[in-house]
Design a protein around this ligand. Structure first.
Ligand code: SER
Length: 597
């Protein structure tokens, strides 16, 4: 059966709606208040509080399409199916149905709605490990649906265990579904999960029964959940008989433009790889820059660094194909046009996306040739002397002076058979940081967060947002938020530097709200009702969608996922540490609270 991505999304959501699921909006690509990951990596990610037992406003059966970014596999991009951005279709049971319904519906959707033959289907289940038993129940369900034992493979944790998404959180055994594309097995050991390309993973049903704690132990969850995920790009690729995801309609116009802009054709394999890398990285960058939450710009830390790396890596591969500078604009236009009917935020942020992309391209253009020359000089000398490692100092110089991300230098070096002294690089980096006192760039370890400290800072963020609007005007709207246990960081639209008086006023208003010890309460209502009551709603929600609204007494009201402090008094006191520019028209405040415990 041939199917477009639009048709697939619709089919999936209506199928699960017909099974009693509420269709909810996918979340932002930038996770809120979760320092354990930089981007949303799976549909379950924004649902973690509900998988852990909090009540979801839309009920216990949910379905959606979620934008995801995973950069762990960035080096694999260029083959037929690896991508750094993808869309995930998902359905969830929050303590509602479990294995029987989940597997039966997956089977029904694949065979009756997508037209796959049951004979093409192979599945894997959890074989049991670490005191957790083999998943006999799933095996029995697959058999009852007519899948013969020979096509049910029990595999260890490495293959059939999913999660948590970050360092801690919900996880459990899973059953994965594969479509056999009919090509001959690569050998006697060939089975689903084999990388030869015969078996293509199409869907994953995770049975979330455990919570991984910060100590690394698995504790049973209060409720048994189901979390499933199906990749849009891969599925339409298989359904339309495309050999690679880059041939699907989601990539075809982009690939055509890259080809049209190319003036050099290196050896076939590297040309194809370069085209795919450019297409993938541009699409991901457009989605990150166009996210409704905003706030991620090319930079040197965290998510900003990932974005910078994606753009710069694409520029380098564009050079390889002889693509003239300025190319990012036309590619971004194509991505936006291709997706704007599904993700209107891209159209809304078109100018910002293109502005940031072209500015970063230009910044890198300026130093790329000089940096490449420096690299060639050093690498050439090393080769001549039979050495195999590029020093950390050189790698740092390439980073600091020429804007080469470390991974980028590593890639160039690897092409010449050289390694890079990473530890030496880190050392040089640290030294530089100490010298220039940019202590801000430290990464926090992966502690899961909904700690008391971050929860209170989250409440402080709401108070700050309201106070800024009172002092500066209603245009001062949230553009981004990032919370660590130590501080909050808040980006908002405002084009001038705030005066000391304005800062003082904002601080006083927040501290007054803290002194009044207002109760923080939550109510569930439709998005229309929330807006009618005057709640600030930052993110798109579907018409009629149930949302949570948090109010701090009569002071502020925002549509938000929580969690929050119980009262504003818990915050103790509020202090702004810094006010600075974040990007054009956006200011940034860093602030702390002085809660006693
Ligand atoms: N969370 C699981 C995955 O990412 C299922 O959605 O595969």
């Amino acid at each position: 059966m041939k199917l477009t991505a639009d048709q697939l999304r619709d089919k999936y959501l209506s199928f699960f709606a017909s099974k009693g699921h509420a269709v909810i909006s996918g979340a932002s690509l930038i996770p809120e208040n979760d320092p354990t990951v930089l981007f949303t990596t799976a549909g379950m990610h924004p649902l973690v509080p509900y998988l852990l037992g909090e009540r979801h406003p839309s009920g216990t059966r949910l379905t959606d399409v979620q934008k995801c970014v995973r950069t762990g596999d960035i080096d694999a991009v260029g083959d037929s199916c690896h991508l750094t951005f993808f869309e995930m279709l998902g359905n969830w049971s929050l303590g509602d149905y479990f294995k029987k319904e989940a597997i039966t519906w997956s089977f029904e959707f694949l065979t009756q709605h997508l037209g796959f033959s049951p004979d093409q289907l192979s599945v894997t289940v959890f074989a049991g490990e670490d005191g957790i038993p083999r998943d006999e129940e799933s095996i029995a369900i697959w058999k009852s649906l007519g899948i013969p034992e020979a096509r049910i493979h029990a595999l260890p944790k490495e293959d059939n265990w999913w999660g948590p998404a970050g360092a801690t959180g919900p996880c459990g055994p899973d059953t994965e579904m594969f479509i056999d594309n009919g090509q001959p097995a690569c050998g006697p050991a060939c089975r689903p999960g084999c990388r030869c390309g015969k078996y293509i993973e199409i869907w994953n049903d995770v049975f979330m029964q455990y919570n991984k704690t910060a100590e690394g132990t698995y504790e049973p969850l209060k409720q048994h959940n189901v979390d499933t995920g199906m990749g849009v790009e891969r599925t339409i690729c298989m359904m339309n008989g495309c050999a690679t995801v880059f041939e699907t309609e989601l990539f075809a116009p982009l690939m055509a433009q890259i080809k049209a802009l190319s003036t050099v054709r290196p050896e076939e394999e590297s040309a194809v790889r370069a085209e795919r890398i450019i297409a993938d990285h541009m699409r991901t960058s457009v989605f990150i820059l166009g996210d409704p939450k905003g706030g991620v710009k090319p930079g040197n830390v965290g998510a900003n660094y990932v974005l910078r790396r994606l753009i710069r890596r694409s520029v380098r591969y564009a050079k390889l194909l002889g693509i003239a500078p300025g190319y990012t604009r036309s590619l971004a236009e194509i991505v936006i046009d291709n997706y704007k009917h599904v993700y209107p935020e891209l159209e809304k942020n078109r100018e910002t996306v293109i502005g940031e992309l072209t500015a970063e391209e230009e910044r890198f253009e300026k130093t790329l040739t000089a940096g490449q020359r420096e690299f060639d000089k050093v690498a050439g000398a090393l080769k001549q002397h039979g050495q195999t490692t590029l020093s950390g100092r050189t790698a740092f110089k390439l980073y600091d002076t020429y804007g080469f991300p470390l991974e980028f230098t590593e890639e160039l070096a690897a092409e010449l058979g050289l390694a890079v002294d990473r530890a030496g690089y880190e050392e040089a980096f640290k030294k530089h940081q100490e010298l220039s006192k940019q202590g801000d760039a430290t990464f926090k370890g992966g502690l899961a967060d909904n700690t008391v400290a971050t929860t209170r800072l989250h409440t402080a963020t709401h108070l700050l947002h309201k106070a800024l609007q009172m002092v500066l005007g209603p245009h001062a709207q949230q553009k981004g938020s990032n919370i660590t246990p130590e501080r909050l960081r808040f980006d908002f639209s405002h084009s001038e530097k705030m005066t000391p008086e304005q800062l003082k006023q904002v601080e006083e208003i927040v501290n007054d709200a803290i002194r009044r010890n207002l109760p923080v309460t939550m109510e569930t209502m439709t998005i229309e009702e929330a807006k009618a009551r005057g709640a600030t709603a930052l993110f798109a929600a579907k018409y009629g969608e149930q949302v949570k609204v948090y109010a701090a007494g009569d002071f502020s009201m925002e549509v938000c996922g929580g969690p929050h402090a119980a009262t504003t008094g818990e915050l103790g006191g509020f202090k702004i540490q810094k006010e600075e520019s974040s990007s054009a028209g956006v200011r940034r405040i860093k602030a702390v609270i002085t809660a006693k415990e």
